[in-house]
Design a protein around this ligand. Structure first.
Ligand code: ADP
Ligand code: ASP
Ligand code: MG
Length: 687
């Protein structure tokens, strides 16, 4: 039969009422499984026994007698009262250093007798004979043997106490009952280890010091051990190892609100960041630990803002540590809790910009120019926290990073230092940077991207990016990737979210080709010459064949379709390049030569279209058919009634027909320019 180990702390058994609560919880668990009940001494008892003046001893005796009186009636009361009296006699005769062990013996004796009185098959296990100090192997052997031999459904064992190899009775250290419970659980391979206390699990800080502390629902063994060993008294640090080695999750729950918050500690949790705050007195100073953070600058800033100067501040073993004078412990904890675990009314948003080309630079400039307007309108302060080009980066949380000069992995560094809620901006042209987005989300960052390659990946990868963002409560926005500052993706997504189904979508969103095709006149400047010019003007991709071959349009179409809820893959799109494939092949020089010789055919096709009253536009389209969606990209002859007929320069247009709208939604306007892109990115950041 499966076994659960339930451990109750001192406040959980502090009175007859509390003990009744505990026994209810035990009886509930015992309906399903065998139970080992481990208990601490009643609260205050261990302290009283440690400085066992006659007065404090008398008071303890009275408290135990009161509990017995309230819990039992008739013959049971007399019998248990006699047991308690005998224990106090034994206690008074025990060696001074063993007296402290009677607290747990008393509390568990009462609990055990009450269970028996209620008709539960119960035995008391003497932890002094089972738990051998510093010898887990022997401890496990003895516990297993005792539990196997016991003819009982509920076994009650005192926490905290043990025996040394020499035979001397001893303890496992203050708070040691948690560890006792873990030893019992590991020995019998318990299916559940529950530590019941007076708070709803391990919290982001000690709730007695920080009233806004909240429960941490799930955490790793490592994080729990770090919290415990840095002063979070809710769990005794040595408890973690036996549970972890036996693969048993530790649940920390509140006896006084069993259905409320709790913490489950297991190996299922990884990549935790900013776990919680713990503090402990060390000599004349208090050491505070922000578990799971390496962000020394952010800690420093939070303290500075609160007017607190730490005595020392450093990073060690994946935590930030600091020491302060005891007088400022409370305010330091509150300030750090506010900075790391509470959302602020005035939101400070740090931007980490990858890609320091035209768009990246325009963004930085725009943020600097517009920050006070943004603050006045939105209550958000923007700060550039870091910049990176393709090789180097610079980070400065004061908001003035220099030009990129440091070598190393920008994303890793950002993840280590960025405050939660920061925004990582991908203005690169990288094919692989999207693979790091999940890491950024896990580190508490949001992502805004103008890099359309990130979203033209296989659909499964695209969906995984969104899932990773959702799981981490982060946002992922990339309005800029299609039509630059035009609100295209947002319009489509809004329609799709409200169940408006797209019937067809036509996107004339290649600025390069709109410009070139707009300027082209048969007999005038050749196509090759216009392409060359556009390339020099920085209007094409570095290799203009990416535009002419439809590759860029394909990326945009994939993004548009997916935003509309259509799981389009690149392979499903039929592409007719502006010029035949054979011309696009080979070296760039060869391509331009071939393009010159293609001029007559291209001119003829244009002339013919013109004669029929059409203009030629490069259109990416998606259409709902009986067999599902059909997607294609190519040159199309558009009549004067078509919105794309009148496009000029690098203007973009998108025409959407959907079930809700008899007339198409047309979005048209400038679709190009670094400043436009920057303003679109800024909108994504602030939205
Ligand atoms: P028990 O007697 O149940 O073993 P403890 O007094 O040993 O209980 O531990 C529970 C106490 O730990 C709480 O009352 C709380 O004041 C303190 N504590 C310190 N840090 C934390 C934290 N991060 N989360 C929850 N409680 C904490
Ligand atoms: N009663 C012991 C103490 O107060 C052990 C425990 O409660 O965990 O330290
Ligand atoms: Mg404790």
């Amino acid at each position: 039969m499966e076994i659960s180990v339930l451990k109750f702390g001192g406040s959980s058994v502090a009175s007859a009422t509390n003990m009744s609560r505990v026994l209810d919880l035990v009886e509930m668990e015992a309906r399903e499984r065998r139970v080992i009940l481990v208990s601490s001494a009643i609260s205050g008892c261990t302290d009283a026994l440690l400085n066992a003046g006659p007065d404090s001893l008398l008071e303890m005796e009275k408290r135990h007698r009161d509990i017995v009186t309230r819990l039992f009636t008739g013959a049971d009361r007399t019998r248990v009262q006699a047991l308690v009296d005998a224990l106090f006699t034994e206690l008074r005769q025990a060696p001074a250093d063993e007296q402290v062990t009677y607290g747990e013996i008393l509390s568990t004796t009462i609990l055990c007798e009450k269970l028996k009185a209620e008709g539960c098959r119960t035995v008391w296990l003497d932890s002094r004979d089972l738990v051998v100090k510093d010898n887990e192997k022997e401890t496990y052997r003895r516990i297993r043997q005792a539990v196997d031999a016991a003819d009982a459904h509920v076994l009650v064992a005192p926490g905290f106490i043990c025996r040394e190899e020499s035979g001397k009775v001893s303890t496992l250290g203050r708070g040691g009952s948690d560890y006792s419970a873990a030893l019992y659980a590991a020995a019998v391979k318990a299916s559940s280890l529950q530590i019941w206390t007076d708070v709803p699990g391990i919290m982001t800080a000690n709730p007695r010091q920080v009233s806004r502390a909240r429960s941490i629902p799930r955490m790793s063994y490592t994080a729990a051990r770090e919290m415990a060993s840095h002063g979070a008294k809710v769990l005794y640090a040595p408890t973690v190892a036996p549970a972890m080695e036996a693969g048993i999750a530790i649940e920390i729950r509140n006896t006084f609100a069993p259905e409320g918050g709790k913490t489950v500690i297991s190996s299922d949790v990884t990549g935790e960041r900013n776990v919680g705050l713990a503090s402990q007195q060390k000599g004349s100073v208090v050491e505070i630990c922000l578990v799971g953070s390496r962000n020394v600058p952010a800690v420093e800033q939070a303290l500075t803002e609160a007017g607190i100067g730490p005595l020392r501040l450093w990073e060690e073993g994946g935590n930030v540590l600091l020491t302060v004078r005891p007088a400022v412990e409370g305010s330091a904890l509150k300030a750090l809790h506010r900075a790391f675990f509470e959302t602020l009314p005035l939101q400070q948003i740090y931007l980490f910009v990858a890609g320091y080309g035209a768009v990246g630079k325009a963004l930085v400039q725009l943020v600097r120019q517009a920050s006070s307007t943004v603050e006045a309108r939105t209550g958000k302060t923007l700060r550039i926290g870091g910049l990176a080009d393709s090789r180097r980066f610079s980070i400065d949380l004061s908001g003035a990073p220099a030009d990129p000069s440091e070598e190393g992995d920008f994303v890793d560094r950002v993840c280590a230092v960025a405050p939660r809620g920061s925004v990582f901006v991908d203005c690169t042209d990288s094919k692989t940077l999207y693979q790091r987005y999940a890491q950024l989300f896990a580190a508490g960052l949001n992502v805004v991207s103008s890099n359309r390659r990130s979203f033209a990946v296989p659909y499964a990868d695209y969906a995984a990016l969104h899932a990773a963002a959702r799981e981490n409560g982060a946002f992922l926005r990339y309005e800029t990737t299609v039509g630059s500052a035009l609100p295209i993706l947002d319009s489509i997504a809004r329609g799709a979210n409200s169940c408006d189904e797209i019937l067809s979508l036509e996107a004339v969103v290649s600025c390069t080709l709109n410009q070139i095709l707009g300027d082209y006149r048969p007999g005038g400047e050749s196509l090759a010459s216009l392409v060359r010019k556009a390339r020099t003007a920085g209007l094409t991709e570095p290799d203009p064949r990416v535009d002419l071959g439809g590759e860029d349009a394909l990326r945009k179409l994939l993004i548009l379709a997916r935003e509309a809820g259509v799981k389009l893959e690149a392979g499903q799109v039929k592409i007719d390049p502006v010029v035949p494939e054979t011309i696009l092949e080979g070296s760039l020089d060869a391509f331009f030569e071939k393009l010159e010789s293609y001029e007559p055919s291209f001119a003829a096709a244009c002339r013919q279209a013109e004669q029929q009253g059409f203009r030629r536009r490069f259109v990416a389209s998606l259409e709902k058919t009986e067999e599902g969606y059909r997607a294609g990209i190519g040159l199309k002859n558009v009549p004067p009634v078509h919105p794309a007929y009148h496009l000029s320069g690098t203007e973009n247009a998108i025409i959407i027909r959907s079930t809700f709208h008899p007339y198409p939604l047309v979005i048209q306007g400038p679709g190009e320019g670094a400043r436009d892109a920057a303003s679109s990115i800024l909108n994504d950041i602030l939205r």
